[in-house]
Design a protein around this ligand. Structure first.
Ligand SMILES: *Cc1c(COP(=O)(O)O)cnc(C)c1O
Length: 236
């Protein structure tokens, strides 16, 4: 895809994000756009950077480690894939935010490693409310206890909840799932008297619906870069 297309796509997605934010009664600045760069080489990613975008997401540690050094150091990188505990140190070396904390053991481990590294990363708990076998994440059982413990950890800061809802034919079909995540968050805030402002939900296909239902950060790749060609590396 030519440079102009990527810059124009980015502009168009930003415009749609802002309009959806306004429909949800919020300022456009209340919703962050995480541009998902997985499978794209640094030369392609540079095009969104040159267009003024600095909030980027990757889902594979090794791929990120090879690409990030090729790009400006001013960028902020978020990790959105499954993270193995034994890679926590490497991940915290390059990522400021982890969207995909999917077990209490991982949360505790990240907290310990962050302490050793003198870092204060933000994390989201990945929720798998539908119990899909192919995806990680917390089910709803004992979620209150889990959140209570993660909030109590000293080094990692719990920003909120994240989800990857089942693929649907029409964006509107994802609305219930997004709304349920928001209601789950609202319930936890009330029950535990904690603040969980962040909702990481919505991708290329359905980010406007996610924003209407309260997303504070949407993760968008193919609407900006076009379809990913390397199918093997697109899985979650
Ligand atoms: C790939 C990916 C995205 C972006 O998907 P698009 O449909 O290309 O926008 C968002 N979130 C996660 C967790 C992903 O792995």
């Amino acid at each position: 895809m030519a440079d102009l297309d990527i810059a124009a796509n980015l502009e168009e997605v930003r415009r749609r994000v802002a309009l959806a934010a306004e429909r949800s009664g919020r300022a456009p600045s209340a919703v962050d756009l995480l541009v998902v760069t997985k499978t794209w080489p640094p030369g392609v990613i540079a095009q969104v950077v040159e267009a003024g975008h600095s909030l980027l997401g990757e889902n594979k540690l090794q791929e990120a480690e090879s690409k990030i050094p090729e790009l400006p150091t001013s960028l902020q990188w978020h990790f959105i894939g499954h993270l193995q505990r034994n890679k926590a140190r490497r991940a915290l070396g390059i990522f400021d935010v982890i969207h995909s904390v999917d077990s209490l053991r991982l949360a505790r481990h990240l907290d310990r490693i962050a302490g050793e590294m003198g870092k204060r990363p933000q994390v989201y708990l990945q929720i798998n409310a539908e119990g899909e076998q192919t995806k990680g994440g917390f089910g709803l059982d004992d979620l209150g206890e889990t959140v209570r413990e993660v909030v109590s950890l000293e080094r990692i800061h719990l920003a909120g909840l994240m989800s990857i809802p089942p693929a649907v034919a029409h964006p509107e079909d994802a609305r219930d799932s997004f709304r349920r995540l928001r209601e789950l968050r609202d319930g936890l805030e009330k029950e535990l008297e904690v603040s969980l402002p962040g909702l990481s939900m919505g991708m290329s296909h359905d980010f406007e619906v996610a924003i209407e239902e309260g997303a504070t950060i949407v993760r968008v790749g193919s609407s900006i870069f076009g379809p990913r060609k390397h199918l093997r590396s697109t899985s979650h």
